[in-house]
Design a protein around this ligand. Structure first.
Ligand code: SIN
Length: 522
């Protein structure tokens, strides 16, 4: 019998839906909007729309619609950046359905940035063509508000805001709904289909471009429900994150380098050509590691983004959000170098799904950053994530629309176990540890020590109530560190000082972890 984080007596009410979608970023809202309007949908989110990673996305959405572009070039770029472990069918689906995803947004009246020739397609790292459709430098906010507005018009979608997913209910291997905490009450939402679109776990790192709420809560709940979790060790660090005067991490979009900005080291040298033929537009993993090596070589942490030559008018118009934020931090980017450092930005690991968002648990689906379709391989191509949200959100809805629903929606039974007294360790300790041990470059010995420490913490034994988020964080940290320790090679968003080369003979595969089973390379 399964154990849940809460007990039956704590639940005050329950309600029944056809489908529950957890997460109101691009993937969740697209899925909810694409579900048959005859079905009753609950769209549950723990934070306001402006805290989602979608809302914070600046760059844009990669779609092969340029005159010199093709789906096969988009496929080739995605596979190359993904370093040999992409699921090729997923890449074909993502890129092939790109133009339709763009049409979908246009059908909701999206009008992206244009120039005289049509759509203003920009370039980002790893792309062989300019193919990033954008809305100035706040594409995510633009799309999120558009979708949010559509959701508000739909009478079949019930939005439950500020609600935290605690656990996914299962009965004899099928999903029967979920338990959420809304305000101070705990409620069961019974449903035959649950879609997890809760985003990634970059917020587990001390330095992240995501909100702290990007804690991987949906992935942790799916793991406890028995879902297979894949690729947790692959974490994408964005090379150019700026720290504001108040200590917040703020993304400086890669489109700046796409438009000609470049990096300089502590003594003012441009260094990226020493690391990759595409220099400042190399894939993100390469640029983040080059920054690390350059800081070690110069014995100085100082690295700068230089956008001065782009000129005030271009910077103010094209990069409105970045320009304004830097100005608030007393930096005139047309005159000054901007100090930057990498930060955790996108997590590739998550709930393993097929090309339709199906997991190994009947009725449980995942899409967007929470899912691991294998589409990104070991490293995601820039601006493929907004596209992923639309394409796989729509596919999950399509399969749910055509499916039959589980009508045996029993409430859960809680089995109590021996509990430990005391408080859980502080979450900021965990964030600092992960930053140190599982950041841009990792070492086996430190990973091993950290895994031992995490095993010792064993958060589920703690009696402490309400600490759901902390428990999730510790569980996912363990999966991440375990994956990073097992992958004795370097590939994409996973670099080991002690195994600096790629090892195709053992690791051109995925690391799969499942509750109660040994982690395996598959
Ligand atoms: C960026 O604007 O640099 C981020 C875009 C992305 O993560 O794909």
């Amino acid at each position: 019998m399964r154990e849940y984080l809460v007990s039956n007596e704590e639940i005050t009410e329950d309600s029944t839906f056809d489908v529950v979608v957890i997460g109101a970023g691009i993937a969740g809202m697209t899925a909810a909007l694409s579900i048959d309007p005859k079905l009753k949908v609950a769209l549950v989110s723990k934070a306001p729309c402006c805290e989602s990673s979608t809302y914070k996305a600046q760059g844009g959405m990669a779609v092969a619609v340029g005159a010199d572009d093709s789906i096969s070039l988009h496929i080739a770029d995605t596979l190359r950046v993904g370093q040999g472990v992409c699921c090729e069918e997923a890449v074909e689906v993502l890129t092939g359905e790109g133009p339709k995803a763009l049409e979908y947004l246009k059908s909701l009246s999206a009008v992206f940035s244009h120039n005289d020739q049509g759509l203003d397609l920009t370039r980002e790292g790893g792309h062989s063509r300019s193919r990033v459709v954008h809305y100035y430098d706040y594409t995510g906010k633009y799309i999120a508000e558009l979708l949010d507005n559509e959701v508000s018009k739909r009478s079949n979608i019930c939005c439950i805001i500020d609600a935290f997913l605690i656990d996914i209910l299962t009965d004899e291997g099928s999903t029967t709904g979920c338990i959420i905490k809304e305000g101070n009450r705990l409620a069961i939402l019974k449903a035959g289909a649950v879609v997890i679109a809760t985003g990634g776990y970059s917020g587990l790192f001390a330095r992240s471009t995501n909100a702290l709420s990007s804690n991987g809560d949906g992935i942790a709940a799916a793991y406890r429900a028995g879902a297979a979790i894949a690729d947790m060790e692959f974490v994408q660090f964005h090379p150019t994150a700026f720290t504001t005067l108040s200590g917040k991490v703020f993304l400086l979009t890669e489109a700046l380098r796409g438009e000609g900005a470049f990096l300089r080291n502590a003594v003012g040298e441009r260094f990226m050509l020493n690391y990759h033929a595409s220099a400042d537009l190399a894939p993100r993993d390469v640029v983040s590691r080059a920054i690390l090596k350059e800081t070690q070589r110069q014995r100085s942490k100082a690295i700068f983004l230089d956008a001065r030559h782009l000129g005030r008018m271009c910077l103010m118009n094209r990069f409105k959000q970045v320009y304004a934020e830097l100005a608030r931090n007393n930096i005139a980017m047309e005159q000054e170098l901007i100090p930057i450092a990498p930060a955790a930005h996108y997590t590739i690991g998550g709930i393993r799904t097929d090309l339709w968002g199906k997991t190994n648990i009947a009725g449980l689906y995942a899409c967007g950053e929470a899912a691991a379709t294998g589409v990104h391989g070991a490293n995601r191509l820039a601006s493929n994530s907004l596209l992923e949200g639309i394409v796989f959100g729509r596919r999950a809805a399509k399969i749910i629309n055509g499916g039959t629903f589980n009508t045996r929606l029993s409430s859960f039974i809680y089995k109590s176990t021996k509990k430990r007294q005391g408080s859980l360790p502080d979450i900021s300790l965990l964030r600092d540890k992960l930053e140190d041990v599982a950041g841009v470059a990792r070492r086996g010995q430190q990973l091993k020590e950290t895994l031992n420490w995490l095993q010792d913490v064993s958060v589920l034994d703690y009696q402490e109530k309400q600490a759901y988020r902390v428990k999730n964080a510790y569980q996912l940290a363990k999966l991440l560190v375990q994956g990073a320790l097992m992958r004795q090679e370097s590939r994409g968003g996973h670099y080991r000082y002690d195994f600096p080369e790629k090892d195709d003979s053992h690791f051109k595969k995925h690391i799969i972890q499942q509750w109660g089973m040994e982690a395996m390379v598959q």
